[in-house]
Design a protein around this ligand. Structure first.
Ligand SMILES: [Zn+2]
Length: 138
């Protein structure tokens, strides 16, 4: 199991986690100009409209930045976790654990695709799987 924390639903995130439970990665999108918005805001920063709604994305993108999180001392059975900032193909940046990779092999620009982890007792949360070498030529 990973070191991803158990996330709990609140009113601000309920719709987001309803999406992850369905296997959809939702990002707010402006209903007026279709601008994709992250992190969630009440008004569209591009056109000022209040008509912003959670909208499913393709869940694919590229690694913009990443950080290696080492397990706490004493938890020797756990390996380091890689947390990335992913630029979705729709444009917004989102945070998530990078899976299917190792800390030494992550590079910016690598293609990733969303998957959903389900920590015991928690909501489904998005993680990003680094895609096979064919999609990530070196
Ligand atoms: Zn807008």
């Amino acid at each position: 199991m990973t070191t991803v924390g158990v996330m709990q639903r609140d009113t601000a995130s309920a719709e987001f986690f309803a999406g992850t439970a369905r296997g959809e990665l939702l990002v707010k999108q402006c209903g007026s100009c279709r601008h994709w918005i992250a992190p969630p805001v009440l008004y569209c920063p591009a056109c000022g409209s209040a008509d912003v709604a959670w909208t499913a994305t393709a869940g694919t993108g590229a690694i913009a930045s990443w950080s290696v999180v080492h397990p706490r001392r004493g938890l020797t059975s756990q390996s380091p976790t890689v947390i990335g900032i992913v630029e979705l193909d729709e444009g917004p940046w989102v945070f998530g654990q990078l899976v299917g990779t190792t800390p030494g092999s992550v590079t910016s620009g690598q293609r990733v695709a969303v998957e959903f982890a389900r920590p015991e007792g928690g909501e489904a949360i998005p993680v990003f799987r680094v895609q096979a070498d064919a999609e990530n030529p070196t």
